[in-house]
Design a protein around this ligand. Sequence first.
Ligand SMILES: [Zn+2]
Ligand SMILES: [Zn+2]
Length: 391
Amino acid sequence: MAEVGSSARRSEDDRDEVPEYEVKEQNSKVLHVEAVGRLWRARLSARDFSLQENEEPESDLAAVAQDLGCTLDTAAELKQVCSTDSLKCYEDDSNADPDTIPEDTRLVTLGVRRKILEGREETLTIHRTCRQETFTYELESHALGKKPQNQSDLVEEGELVLTVNIFYPVIFQKHKEHKPYQTLLVLGSQRLTELRDRITCVSDLQIGGEFSATPDLAPEHISKDLYKSAFFYLESTFYNDMRYPECRDLSRTIIEWSESHDRGYGKFQKAKMEDYIFNDLHIKIGFPYLYCHQGDCEHIVMVTDIRLIHRDDCLDRTLYPLLVKKHWLWTRKCYVCKMYIARWVTNDDSLASDDPSLFCDVCFKMLHYDTEGNKLGDFLAYPYVDPGIFI
Ligand SMILES: [Zn+2]
Ligand SMILES: [Zn+2]
């Protein structure tokens, strides 16, 4: 009897964990991440989330025929028509050159591609949209289906994958309306610090100071190495990165401020970022949370999906958190060679016509220093980190 009682209670608890909207079409109510995995695994058959390639058994054909109310023959024909084999150009295309498009292709996409390639040969230009699409496609698909070299790095069956969007702070006026972001896939068993280490932001690479007298010393002053503190703020809890002795508890001032008067924010909690994995969290899907680093560089963080890993996903856990989408940003080029991305910005530069002026490392040094490395002319030089350089 006791057992029946406890299992009834468990199923009631589970019902509370089923994601429900809090605000329609926007965000769910708070849910325990681990419970989502548990509920799915209980609901699905082991074959559904198995990571082994399994051949579709013949009986599937009967199931399809029954679902659609058609004959076995029709189901078999449907299977053939919908098969990925029908996308092949040749009967046996194992030796086919993927860059050559056959003359008599029936596939519309290949016809369109041929037109674009011919147009490109005539004009020698690559359209911006085309480059962006190639870039997006490559980023999304580069790790699909990847298996680890070392078997111990294989993702576990039934593991959860969370889709996390990181929005960049408003660093330029033009980003006020449309904030660029990156999308990462993170595993439920990964620590919050693993995500934190994978988030790229220009403020981590800023190099503070004026270096016209000693340009070679600049790289030793990267902000990421100097200021290691950071936190995630999720559901009234500050998760502080305290892995290094020099890390400071950035949440302390905020908690003290909120507790100094009754400001109506309720009670804040704090925890160590390195002590928590994503499965431990109680969060809302689609809700904007906060990631703060470098003191005041604030990013909105949003979990937009939680699902079980699939055999077609990247199965190499060392590649997670996996970057799958990144906003396209133009890079700013050197004013001299107009080819390489700028690494230096100068002010009051007696050798340049613009103020400020941007230079790549080579042009900057060739123009501003003699062969012995002595400074020529008057100028102030600051290392420049282009927001478009990250992958
Ligand atoms: Zn930042
Ligand atoms: Zn240059």
